[in-house]
Design a protein around this ligand. Structure first.
Ligand code: SAM
Ligand code: DTB
Ligand code: SF4
Length: 327
């Protein structure tokens, strides 16, 4: 019997002098043979993490719907006619009760989301007690409230916030097709404020917005070139919601999603890569491949913000089958 040995050069790395990723090099990672890409990503994953551990974050929408922004994917925008009803902000007691349930179910982090362009100071003030009370339960805290004004990140930090989530969402060149009410630069500005306040950064994006592979590479390049890199990187697969402009976006092939996870792992070796929105529609075997390719975090709990997520029983069963332990 003859055996064939395949030889691959080492995959691309950041530019040796600037240490910045070039879009072309990230595209070259996407273009690696699928098995080679997944293998390399799995190899890097093991250098920095226990591959049998997965971080669990539970989401809660503390203020739903009625958002002034026109993000084309989002069911909570006033610009789109969706089935999401506007709701006032939850009370602190309601939020803490949900956080308690999340902790009892095994979550390690609790992420509070609000359908705002950014918080008014009075709104922010009301969230501070929620953050302090959730933190006091022994959970890590995360908030995603949109663009931050000067001083707001510091107030969140002082209240006990651990992470702030603010996504770049897509490539700079694709961004204008998706959102018109705020600029890419505004997002980078908020990420800078979050960092400067000493908060951990959770920053990722969405695939399946009818973007091209070079767009996906450009998004990951932007994320990887944040300095320091985000501690947490959510990779969302678009959840297509009726009434949003992207409700009939073309589905990306599942292998392309796995490639995006693997490329995120290779370019951000020390970050938690979160298999995020869209997981309910993913077969278990695909999720397992994402974990092999370097995903080591998920949203855990029956609901994301307004749409569904795998139920806790199903996730526990999957984790048991894959011998994955919660962090
Ligand atoms: N309003 C704040 C903001 O936009 O920053 C915080 C909440 S917003 C819902 C947080 C993130 O959820 C968005 O940046 C986007 O990445 C993600 N998201 C929203 N709708 C989505 C969808 N239909 N599918 C996948 N991800 C989505
Ligand atoms: C993130 O990257 N994905 C989460 C969280 N950060 C805030 C939100 C997903 C939202 C999916 C659509 C919804 O449930 O409304
Ligand atoms: Fe508003 Fe955030 Fe939805 Fe955009 S993604 S419409 S800012 S809630």
């Amino acid at each position: 019997m003859t055996t064939t040995t395949l030889h691959f050069t080492r995959p691309p790395t950041p530019h040796p002098e600037t240490e910045l990723w070039q879009v072309a090099d990230v595209e070259a990672l996407f273009a690696l043979p699928f098995m080679e890409l997944v293998f390399r990503a799995a190899e890097v994953h093991r250098q920095f993490f226990d591959p049998n551990k997965v971080q669990l974050s539970t989401l809660l929408s503390i203020k739903t719907g009625g958002c002034s922004e026109d993000c084309g994917y989002c069911p909570q925008s006033v610009h789109h006619d969706t089935a999401v009803a506007d709701e006032p902000m939850l009370s602190c007691d309601e939020v803490v009760a949900k956080a308690r349930q999340a902790k009892a179910a095994g979550a390690g982090r609790f992420c509070m989301g609000a359908a705002w362009r950014g918080p008014k100071d009075a709104d922010l003030e009301r969230t501070l007690a929620m953050i302090a009370d959730v933190k006091a339960l022994g959970l890590e805290t995360c908030a995603t409230f949109g663009l931050l004004a000067d001083g707001q990140a510091e107030r969140l930090k002082a209240a006990g916030l651990d992470y702030y989530n603010h996504n770049l969402d897509t490539a700079p060149d694709k961004y204008g097709d998706i959102i018109s009410t705020r600029a890419y630069e505004d997002r980078l500005d908020t990420l800078g404020k979050v960092r400067a306040a000493g908060l951990n950064v959770c920053c990722g994006g969405i695939v399946g917005l009818d973007e091209t592979r070079p767009d996906r590479a450009a998004l990951i390049c932007q994320l990887a070139n944040l300095d320091p890199q985000p501690e947490s990187v959510p990779i969302n697969n678009l959840v297509k919601v009726d009434g949003t402009p992207l409700s009939d976006a073309e589905e990306i092939d599942w292998t392309e999603f796995v490639r995006a996870v693997a490329v995120a792992r290779l370019t951000m070796p020390k970050s938690y890569i979160r298999l995020s929105a869209g997981r309910r529609a993913m077969p278990e075997a695909m999720q397992a491949l994402c974990f092999l390719a370097g995903a080591n975090s998920v949203f855990y709990g029956d609901k994301l913000l307004t749409t569904g997520n795998p139920d806790v029983t199903a996730d526990r069963a999957l984790m048991a089958k894959l011998d994955l332990q919660p962090l």
